[in-house]
Design a protein around this ligand. Structure first.
Ligand code: NDP
Ligand code: OXD
Length: 314
């Protein structure tokens, strides 16, 4: 059995080395190696070339090296085998760190204090609302959204969440679907997007949505955080809404085009904080352990975990 590792955009060598150590006696190959395509039973991919997996006639499972699978499903010629996505405590905790950091950054106005420090200004008369008076809205109540929501609640924020299907989560106000969206937005001061990119969610973070966010919040205007996917957001709307006050500020980890092009107005926008799609990296050790476990389950005849519903898109 061979495991194919097909990665674009990250250095593949450490992945090959780690999988080889974790699966002694198995062939670990990349598309650049010489091997028999019929030997490949498993593929672990990040942004593989669309159509390239079809030549592996004995392929049994595709593993996404990330939690999101839009990079796999953009392949219209994907082999009809189970697609397993990454669900891992290491990745989940990293994402929650990012969410908590950036919610607090805006809540405590840290960007302004950075500026004051730079200018040697001592101005301590600014109003600081309590966390309990700041309403955070979590778009996406999956593995990542629920954990981040819980951690924000532990700090004291007034958190609610929105998902596709109805949910009952103890202690969390939950909204669902198109019917619940307006009410959810109307009670949100800081909107956090941890949605997957699917045909239903593409472009959802747009002006029409931003205009429905709370206008009576304690932070001087609504704030957007997006670590889901860049395709969720309409960047021209974000810039225009920041400029006309519909949005007060944004932290973005993901972008319509990555790396973010040098001429994007987001780079130098005073109200924008940028991180380079690294809010929650796929840590090699954790991911390797996850995939090895799934292969062992598969070979022992046990069900795979975290199989993606390809029709739904996540
Ligand atoms: P999950 O599949 O566990 O959760 C997805 C959530 O989104 C669910 O609550 C789901 O609703 C909701 N959702 C999906 N479609 C819709 C819709 N049309 N309307 C409303 N809600 C919807 O995913 P994870 O939490 O594990 O990950 C979320 C995303 O985070 C990934 O898909 C990926 O794109 C992104 N990500 C980004 C990273 C980064 O470094 N920037 C790192 C890791 C992930 P329901 O519960 O009803 O199914
Ligand atoms: C992921 C990512 O989907 O890192 O895991 O974007």
């Amino acid at each position: 059995m061979s495991l194919l590792i097909d990665i674009n955009g990250w250095d593949v060598a450490p992945w090959v080395e780690r999988f080889a150590r974790a699966m002694p006696g198995r062939m670990i190959v990349t598309p650049q190696d010489k091997f028999k395509p019929e030997d490949v039973e498993f593929a672990a991919v990040w942004k593989h070339t669309p159509g390239s997996l079809n030549r592996f006639k004995n392929l049994k499972v595709i593993f996404s090296l990330g939690a999101g699978v839009d990079h796999v499903l953009r392949d219209a010629n994907l082999p009809d085998v189970p697609l397993v996505r990454l669900v891992d405590a290491d990745l989940r905790d990293r994402m929650s760190e990012w969410v908590v950091l950036h919610v607090l950054l805006h809540h405590r106005q840290q960007r302004m204090y950075d500026f004051q420090q730079y200018e040697k200004l001592w101005e301590d008369d600014r109003f600081q609302p309590a966390a309990r008076d700041v309403r955070v809205g979590m778009m996406g109540l999956g593995v990542l959204g629920q954990d981040a929501a819980k951690k924000l609640q532990a700090i004291g924020f007034d958190v609610a969440g929105w998902s596709r299907s109805d949910k009952q989560i103890e202690g969390l106000e939950c909204y669902a679907g198109a019917d619940g969206l307006a009410e959810f937005l109307a009670r949100t001061d800081i909107l956090v997007s941890l949605l997957p990119l699917t045909p239903d969610t593409r472009g959802v973070l747009n002006r029409a949505l931003f205009e429905q966010l709370a206008k009576d919040g304690r932070l001087g205007g609504p704030i957007l955080l997006n670590a889901g996917r860049g395709g969720l957001q309409v960047e021209a709307d974000i810039v225009a809404c920041l400029d006309d006050g519909t949005l007060r500020a944004a932290t973005l980890d993901v972008f319509e085009v990555e790396p973010l092009p040098a001429d994007s107005p987001l780079w130098h926008h005073p109200q924008v904080t940028i991180t380079p799609h690294n809010s929650a990296i796929s840590e090699i050790g954790a991911v390797t352990a996850f995939i090895v476990r799934q292969i062992e389950r598969f070979e022992a005849g046990e069900p795979l975990e975290h199989v993606v519903d390809v029709k739904r898109g996540y």
